[in-house]
Design a binder for this molecule. Structure first.
Ligand SMILES: [Zn+2]
Ligand SMILES: [Zn+2]
Length: 113
């Protein structure tokens, strides 16, 4: 069972959980100068292990990651690294905002809309 991640706008399959680089939320550092409730912020992004073909050349230090179908901006890449909302530093960062994608859980029924 693999969890698929789709564009929130057009539902194109963007990547699966196998492409995600898991990280431990960094609970020791205060991210962006403020504390989140309960200590250690929630991750509001996922980071991919590597750039994917549909992202294009990614030949700048940083730039947008757009859905290849509808060009909805789902995230950003930064070769020099970027910080997750939990405070963890990831480098290079292929950062996808979880608010801009749909996580397709294996046990949910397909939805028609
Ligand atoms: Zn799309
Ligand atoms: Zn995180």
């Amino acid at each position: 069972m693999t969890i698929n991640y789709r564009c929130k706008k057009c539902r194109s399959l963007l990547f699966t959980e196998n492409e995600i680089q898991p990280h431990e939320p960094n609970s020791n550092e205060v991210s962006f100068g403020y504390r989140r409730r309960g200590g250690g912020g929630d991750c509001n992004s996922v980071f991919l292990k590597d750039k994917l073909v549909w992202m294009g050349p990614c030949d700048q230090n940083n730039g947008k990651i757009e859905c290849p179908k509808c060009h909805y901006e789902v995230g950003t890449y930064t070769w020099s690294g970027n910080q997750c909302s939990c405070g963890k530093w990831i480098s290079p960062a292929f950062q996808i905002a979880t608010s801009k994608i749909d996580k397709e859980k294996p046990f949910t029924f397909p939805q028609h809309n």
